[in-house]
Design a protein around this ligand. Structure first.
Ligand SMILES: O=c1ccn([C@H]2C[C@H](O)[C@@H](COP(=O)(O)OP(=O)(O)OP(=O)(O)O)O2)c(=O)[nH]1
Length: 193
């Protein structure tokens, strides 16, 4: 079953999401922001301003998930203006960011991370990914700009939404199996094997 706002709020205040916003935030200092915080059946995470990288082609190389070279990932500058702080994801490119919030997923919950409609409407696709039972850390987030125009991605504002699904307790959690992406810090974590 999908968990509601009351459950998310109780668990978040006990450490499941930090920092936690108990309402959907649409304005900060009276300026409009891309919404984040608690919704009816989910939680909208913010993008951290600390780290954003885009893939670039290095002639003669092939990106290999079994032997990942950070040479293929270029750090992107954080810009600021009167609408906020933002990274630019060029047209038809793929970028990695990190969630501002830290998660601690309970052992009987699977979290699904999906895109926000506002970004979907401008061609930004957030890769659909799970956070497993017992996982902790800052989610690495993956984005594709599928449009032919460069786009802004705002830091410190809503970027993806989480859905919390409850199942019968699992026999082996992500923590029990010492998963390799356990305890990710607020920085892009690269693919590893
Ligand atoms: O976009 C994502 C997806 C997942 N995770 C974290 C949470 C998740 O619990 C963990 C492992 O994810 P997944 O099981 O999808 O990765 P895997 O490639 O199967 O690795 P593993 O062998 O560690 O399960 O990584 C992220 O940070 N970003």
């Amino acid at each position: 079953m999908i968990k509601n706002d009351t459950w998310i709020s109780q668990k978040a205040q006990a450490g499941m999401i930090s920092p936690f916003e108990s309402k959907l935030v649409r304005r900060v200092n009276e300026l409009p922001v891309i919404s984040y915080g608690l919704s009816s059946y989910g939680y909208d995470l913010r993008l951290s301003p600390t780290d954003f990288r885009i893939f670039r082609h290095v002639p003669g190389t092939v990106v290999d998930p079994k032997n990942f070279s950070s040479a293929n990932l270029e750090p992107v500058a954080l810009h600021h203006d009167d609408r906020g702080s933002f990274f630019i994801l060029p047209a038809h490119s793929y970028g990695l960011g990190v969630a501002l919030e830290r998660l601690e997923v309970p052992d009987y919950i699977t979290v699904i991370c999906i895109g926000k409609s506002t970004y979907a409407r401008i061609g930004l696709i957030a890769n659909l990914t799970p956070a497993e039972a017992g996982w902790r850390g800052h989610l690495t987030l993956e984005f594709s700009n599928s449009s032919s125009a460069d786009c802004r991605i705002y830091a410190n504002e809503g970027i993806v939404q989480l859905l919390f699904l409850e199942g019968a307790p699992c026999a082996v959690s992500y923590n029990d199996r010492n998963g390799k992406y356990q305890d990710q810090v607020e920085q892009v974590t690269l693919a590893r094997v």
